[in-house]
Design a protein around this ligand. Sequence first.
Ligand code: ZN
Length: 117
Amino acid sequence: MKLFTKCKYCKEDIDVKSSARTRPEFRSEVGLTTKVICTKCNQTTERHVNEIRARVNTDIVVYGALTGIALTGILFFFLGAIAVVTFLIPLLVYQSQMSNVNSFNSYLVRSYPDQKK
Ligand SMILES: [Zn+2]
């Protein structure tokens, strides 16, 4: 899972570095707002935690798929058709990422006007 937000100026996606898996976790890590620097136009903007979105980290899914294919190829010699179950690995990786992404995006942190941190 990757966190990102859109640049206010050029609409480019900006990656947000965090290991948080949920929005409340992210909020307790950075506070109610976080500063992000656009890699395209170099503008610094302050974004509310609710404006940070999660998406599936496709690198990990592709890596999982390649590993799955490689493992299937190797194991097929020893195990035969049962080796095909290794194809499930990238699928499971994708599924667990999707459920993390969905729960992150669907949960919004409540904020009050007088609450800064
Ligand atoms: Zn920008």
